[in-house]
Design a protein around this ligand. Structure first.
Ligand code: R5P
Length: 291
């Protein structure tokens, strides 16, 4: 018997595509709040299925974690033995250390909770920095997929004379991954972060500008602070065409508008998080990891 694919409302589009590629049944679970703010989840009948693929976009994770726990519990009650969580974006990974005394390590706490309620995790480009592999914090089998070939193909089809730019040392893995796919030129800048939203970029005058499209590549755009600062530097350096590419479109608050206002001429992201900048499809990448 094939696994059944279960998802929440916010993940319906991506779940449908994955289910179609896998030729498996797909159903949504019901999630609503009681008047007192408590959560109610109702999962569909499992009709004898022992394996479930649970597809959840986990951006803005706090409101999604408890429904996930309830859904997993309700499915177990119906005899489900294996739950594979497909989380195209894995949250909390940037909280990979206690930055100040008294703070928890969010990545570890999140991993512990998820490891207790599902049996396997599949995700795309998690923010691996101080934590080098998901197995360091997750107690269940994990698969880490890379969207680099998808970004590289997008650049090849849509951008002329690209010069890839990594905004900071942490972006090296993503920029080099994309550059390798199509043998593209790249540079990596240095960034200093002063707060959640304030960063400063160190510019290098040797970077070639004439006739090139600057293509910023990062895993996440969150507050937009990183992209905004680099876009401003690129304008000052003389770039006319500036593209911002990222895997995960977190875009907190007005980030998207602010990046455009700073001078980005093109913004493209994967649909691991739903956003108007989504231009790259990752469903076949996820489906491939499930076969
Ligand atoms: C950090 O190193 C990440 O790779 C991103 O550069 C960062 O998380 C983006 O965050 P923000 O958009 O808030 O600057």
């Amino acid at each position: 018997m094939k696994p059944i694919l279960i998802h929440d409302e916010a993940s319906q589009d991506i779940a449908k595509k994955i289910a179609k590629l896998l030729a498996c049944e797909q159903k949504s679970f019901v999630h609503r709040y009681f008047p007192d703010g408590e959560t109610l989840v109702r999962v569909p009948a499992m009709t004898g299925h022992k394996e479930v693929i649970l597809v959840l976009r986990l951006d803005r994770p706090d409101a999604k974690l408890f429904p996930l726990l309830l859904a997993a519990s309700a499915m177990r009650k119906q005899g489900v033995k294996k739950i594979t969580l497909v989380a195209p974006y894995l949250p909390y990974m940037r909280q990979d250390k206690a930055f100040h005394p008294g703070e928890a390590i969010g990545a570890q706490v999140f991993a512990k909770v998820i490891s207790q309620c599902v049996d396997e995790l599949i995700t795309i480009d998690p923010h691996l920095h101080r934590i080098h592999q998901l197995s360091e914090i997750y107690a269940i089998p994990t698969k880490t997929l890379s969207a680099a070939p998808i970004l590289a193909n997008y650049i090849a089809k849509n951008i002329t004379r690209p010069l890839l730019i990594g905004p900071d040392a942490e972006s090296v893995q993503w920029v080099t991954g994309v550059a390798r796919e199509k043998e593209l030129d790249y540079v990596v800048l240095k960034k200093k972060r002063y707060s959640d939203t304030k960063v400063r970029i160190v510019w290098d005058d040797k970077i070639p500008v004439k006739g090139r499209t600057a293509v910023l590549v990062d895993d996440i755009i969150s507050s937009g602070g990183t992209m905004i600062e680099v876009v401003k530097q690129l304008r000052t350096a003389g770039f006319k065409q500036i593209a911002c590419l990222a895997v995960h479109a977190v875009f907190a608050g007005e980030a998207f508008q602010k990046i455009k206002k700073a001078g980005a001429t093109h913004i493209a992201t994967c649909h691991s998080i739903r956003h108007e900048s989504n231009k790259m499809d990752v469903s076949f990448l996820l489906a491939g990891a499930l076969t």
